[in-house]
Design a protein around this ligand. Structure first.
Ligand SMILES: Cc1cc2nc3c(=O)[nH]c(=O)nc-3n(C[C@H](O)[C@H](O)[C@H](O)COP(=O)(O)OP(=O)(O)OC[C@H]3O[C@@H](n4cnc5c(N)ncnc54)[C@H](O)[C@@H]3O)c2cc1C
Ligand code: FES
Length: 307
């Protein structure tokens, strides 16, 4: 089993972004260093008996303490220890975990109130992410990886994009949101992708409508190229992207965001139907996922995540 830690961590920064999004940075060296692209964390609000369940969040980024990347959200230095000493050690190892989240309900509303120095329970890193060896083999065979993100689904894709760039793989981002305020984090992808195609439902930024439209145009225009799609977003966008990948004959990985209870493979609350017969035809998003080959998942309304 991959390394995973259940730690109480300290908030370094909780930066408000546009559209009710926040970038939460926590100091947690061993969780930051154990993280692989596409994994997630379970966050627990300490001392809040009214919010019992942990909330799952993709690990958006991991950074050395005090590292400020131009154009990105950046983070403040790690908190001082009890003697008020930050130490003069400057480490290039990641020590800060960043989570990009949208306020949608009670748990995330309370998260938005977190201040530097507050403590938070964090179980991480979880799931096998985008970098199982079988995935990498397919990635190496293609001309370009297409990241397809809907809304806060973008949070699952930054670390994979950085890792693929490190391996010299050409990439492009397709990112859709309801409004321009939902297109958070685009600048963070700039160093890693050849180009970004944006879409908003009201047309205020990028294409008007769903991002799957420019994605389809791109796939139709470059029929002779081999792509691999990495998709994360709401269920209808996943389905539409998967259908396009199938129609144009490209492999497709999806990162699923089902509601979760334990995230440890015990409660089965996150199970999805997968192709196959009998009891084996279910898999747990928290442990076998959150990333699956698209053709493995049974699509359609019967498999819609419970909300
Ligand atoms: C593996 C994984 C990774 C995720 N990564 C992120 C991330 O990086 N950033 C982020 O903002 N969110 C992410 N989510 C979704 C996030 O967990 C939920 O938005 C959050 O738990 C809602 O908590 P709440 O108490 O604020 O809302 P609740 O009061 O529990 O619910 C409020 C609203 O949020 C919706 N909701 C609840 N859970 C989910 C869910 N899992 N997916 C979609 N909608 C949900 C409900 O339908 C409801 O409308 C992820 C989910 C999973 C499973
Ligand atoms: S959340 Fe409990 S098994 Fe996945």
């Amino acid at each position: 089993m991959p390394l995973m830690y259940d730690d109480d961590v300290t908030v370094v920064e909780n930066r408000p972004l546009t559209g009710g999004h926040f970038l939460l940075s926590v100091h947690s060296p061993r969780q930051a260093q154990a993280t692989r692209p596409g994994q997630f964390a379970m966050l627990r609000l300490l001392g809040r008996s009214d919010v019992l369940l942990r909330r799952p969040m993709s690990i958006y980024d991991v950074k050395p303490s005090g590292d400020h990347v131009p154009g990105s959200a950046g983070v403040s230095p790690a908190p001082a220890n009890r003697r008020g000493n930050r130490g003069d050690r400057t480490s290039s190892q990641p020590e800060v975990v960043q989570l990009l989240y949208k306020v949608v309900g009670r748990g995330t509303r309370l998260m938005a109130e977190l201040k530097p120095g507050d403590r938070l329970g964090m179980l991480a890193p979880l799931g096998h992410g985008f970098f199982a060896e079988e995935y990498l083999e397919r990635v190496r065979e293609v001309d370009e990886v297409l990241h397809v993100a809907g809304g806060i689904g973008i949070a699952a894709l930054l670390l994979p994009a950085r890792e693929l760039a490190r391996q010299g793989i050409r990439q492009r981002l397709f990112f859709g949101g309801r409004t321009k305020w939902d297109l958070v984090g685009v600048q963070d992808f700039k160093p890693y992708v050849k180009a970004s195609t944006l879409a908003t439902e009201d047309g205020a930024r990028g294409h008007r409508g769903y991002v799957t439209k420019p994605l389809e145009e791109y796939l139709a225009r470059f029929r002779d190229k081999k792509f691999l799609l990495m998709v994360c977003g709401p269920w209808p966008m996943l389905e539409a992207s998967v259908e396009l990948a199938k129609r144009y004959g490209h492999p497709c990985l999806v990162s699923m965001e089902n509601r979760m209870g334990c995230a440890l493979g015990v409660c089965l609350g996150c199970s999805i139907r997968v192709v196959g017969e009998g009891h084996g035809a279910y898999q747990r998003v928290c442990t076998e996922g959150p990333v699956f080959w698209a053709e493995k998942v049974v699509w359609g309304k019967d498999n819609l995540p419970k909300t």
